[in-house]
Design a protein around this ligand. Sequence first.
Ligand code: HEM
Ligand code: HEM
Length: 162
Amino acid sequence: MKTRTGYSSLQILLHWATALLVVFNWFYSDGMGRALRVHMDGVASTRPSSMNPDIHVWTGLAVLALVLLRLALRAVQGTPPAVGDGWMRRAATWAHRLLYVLLLATPLLGAATWFGGLKALGDLHELAANTLLGVAGAHAAVALWHHYVLHDRVLTRMVRPE
Ligand code: HEM
Ligand code: HEM
């Protein structure tokens, strides 16, 4: 993979758009279990729901599309090398790989549950979504630690294109 000095403006835009949509969809998920039962059994819900399951489904599919675009862009444009050396570089590389795995697994498991009718995968989808939020939260805390404690360029380079 090509290395470069920073992220492109499109890579930065995709990073923040993905982050925003993931967090939105995590919060906009209450009621999906009930919606799934209605969707699969084809019966009308007895209780009115304030959420629209289509919004959760299509926002999640948008995340999948943006992540696929991001991975293609990484392959074409390259990325800057991880900051630091030794354990810090390895930790950053593996944390980013884990984030990409969860960013793909979460919407794919959701789609298999919703469109594929594989009810049993619903719990796995929920577990993947919760793990994604946890890992992304830790990732954001580390980014802020780089900025405010280590005073390096890690956070700035995800804001300013190079
Ligand atoms: C990154 C994107 C996504 C996130 C963060 C996310 C998050 C969540 C969360 C936290 C729940 C648990 C809700 C609860 O019952 O409290 C859930 C449930 C669900 N989501 Fe997603 N989701 C995403 C994408 C998708 C997609 C793309 C689909 C379908 C195409 C989908 C379909 C479902 C279904 C059917 C359930 C109910 C599962 C069950 O109760 O067994 N989700 N989602
Ligand atoms: C759901 C939320 C988030 C997800 C899924 C996410 C995901 C990712 C991924 C996959 C990368 C690797 C980019 C690559 O090299 O291709 C990355 C990089 C980065 N993220 Fe996030 N992120 C999230 C939220 C945040 C937040 C809130 C911050 C800041 C407070 C942040 C700061 C950064 C920075 C600074 C980098 C670049 C790290 C480096 O160059 O070594 N991210 N993010």
